[in-house]
Design a binder for this molecule. Structure first.
Ligand SMILES: *Cc1c(COP(=O)(O)O)cnc(C)c1O
Length: 477
């Protein structure tokens, strides 16, 4: 079964850049203005301005076009978010219609509006059974800030104010607000954050290829890493620990899939010590693994879920936190919750989210990832790269994957300069008009969920060429 969205479902941009409202400029002009006035996220601006950014001007389906007319296949769905692909009319029309009807109204002072009501009811339908209440924000980072606020409020309602510590993992990613950055375990971010949120501590990640020592099997290693949570709880005192947060699989950290023993053990420990379990579903949510939410793939039941990215397929910003009935009940019955954002439940974002989720549901996009395109993608990656001279491991399920670069795959020996090798490989991909991300020595793929098998073939064959060229350049073959 091969799937194709009707061409008529897309908007074909009439203008190469910016439609009717923005001036059209040459690449050189764009670069000069960008360098003069724009500071990019997570970038070395001096180096970037000397090299010049690639200017992306339009997109359709799984393809992007730059200002020089190059057609690029997007192996990253933007930034893990454009799940329904680019250029869907339904989302644009939802935004336009809602802007004309009611572009904004707040939900602070005893008011609400149809889009946020419809979205909440739809999320209750699509999320697992115990999730029936949702709090809205504008990003995944704010979602995790909100998680902290809810966790602390919940324990106050239970009369357990001493439960303050939140445990997360090294090399986890939870966003870049001060709370998100503190929760995350990215050392290079922490170095630039002299002030952090209190009561957040980290344990090690379940990264078998990179961190397992000796003869441990993946299953033994998964258990050992989960048991670090128990050790940390005992060290802090269970009466002081509020929650554990983790991405079901680590995204930005390198698409790291934990061994199968990991999450069941984490859940057991959280239940034993009465610690809330938070799944950051910002990447894993809305079909990436072939399940609606990635904790369903791993088979555990969180108390809170953080949502963003695929919630609107990135067409407009929106984040949310889903509360398990048990948590929602406590928050609802305890009086005022002193948290909110001007744009909580923004009507335009909510209308776009509704249109997006209906596409995912009604076009059976998630089911197709599970039964058709996901298995096809995973099998093709393994056939293509299992014996590759610089690929040490392939992880992933559905439409997300990480390729571990290695100098000696058989002995799990990594490159001494793995980050540079990753960058070399990424640049080969880029020059081959494939967007594939490198995190250190791991190459990542996470294409739009509407991708066809033919487009998957294109991604994998371009990636193969890039890895071959990389192997040749670093002298392994
Ligand atoms: C991207 C991401 C975030 C942060 O979301 P923003 O919208 O960038 O603030 C949080 N958690 C995970 C797992 C993410 O991948």
């Amino acid at each position: 079964m091969s799937y194709r969205i009707e061409d008529s479902a897309y908007i074909l941009p009439a203008q190469p850049a910016g439609g009717q409202t923005l001036p059209s400029r040459s690449t050189a002009e764009y670069r000069a203005l960008d360098a003069a006035h724009h500071i990019h996220p997570f970038s070395d601006m001096g180096a970037l301005n000397r090299a010049g950014s690639r200017v992306i001007v339009k997109a359709k389906g799984v393809y992007l076009w730059d200002s020089d007319g190059n057609k690029i296949i997007d192996g990253m769905a933007g930034l893990w978010c454009v799940n329904v692909g680019y250029g869907r009319k339904e989302l644009a029309e939802a935004a336009y219609g809602q802007m004309m009807e009611l572009p904004f109204y707040n939900t602070f002072f005893k008011t609400t509006h149809p889009p946020v009501i419809e979205l909440s009811a739809l999320l209750a339908e699509l999320t697992p059974e115990p999730f029936n209440h949702f709090f809205y924000c504008n990003s995944g980072s704010e979602g995790n800030d909100t998680v902290l606020r809810i966790v602390h409020q919940y324990w106050v309602t239970q009369g357990k104010q001493s439960k303050k510590y939140v445990i997360s993992r090294r090399n986890g990613y939870h966003g870049s607000t001060i709370a998100g950055g503190t929760l995350g375990g990215m050392g290079y971010m922490h170095e630039q954050m002299p002030s952090k949120v209190e009561h957040i501590v980290h344990i090690d990640q379940p990264y078998f290829f990179g961190e397992a020592e000796g003869n441990l099997t993946p299953e033994e290693f998964g258990l050992a890493r989960a048991q670090q949570l128990e050790a940390k709880i005992l060290e802090l005192g269970a009466e002081n620990v509020a929650a554990f947060i983790g991405e079901p699989f680590q995204g930005a950290g390198g698409v790291i899939f934990p061994p199968s023993t990991y999450w069941p053990e984490i859940q057991r420990i959280c239940r034993k010590y009465d610690i809330l379990l938070v799944a950051d579903e910002v990447i894993g949510g809305f079909g990436r693994t072939g399940e609606w939410f990635s904790h369903q793939h791993f088979g555990f039941e969180p108390d809170l879920i953080t949502l963003a990215k695929g919630l609107t397929s990135g067409y407009v910003p929106m984040g949310a936190v889903g509360l398990h009935d048990r948590i929602a009940k406590a928050i609802i019955e305890h009086g005022e919750f002193n948290h909110g954002l001007t744009y909580s439940g923004h009507p335009v974002a909510a209308a776009v989210a509704v249109a997006n989720l209906k596409l995912l549901r009604d076009e059976k996009i998630v089911e197709r990832v599970k039964t058709d395109t996901g298995p096809y993608f995973q099998k093709l990656l393994r056939e293509t790269f299992a014996q590759h001279p610089i690929v040490g491991d392939i992880s992933g399920v559905g439409l997300v994957a990480g390729l571990q670069l290695a100098q000696e795959p058989k002995t799990r020996k990594r490159f001494a300069n793995g980050g540079e090798v990753g960058t070399i490989c990424r640049d080969f991909c880029f020059n081959g008009n494939l967007i594939m991300r490198a995190t250190g020595d791991r190459m990542l793929l996470s294409p739009p969920l509407v991708i066809t098998k033919q487009e998957i073939d294109e991604i994998v064959s371009t990636a193969k060429k890039a890895l071959d060229s990389t192997a040749q350049q670093v002298g392994v073959s």
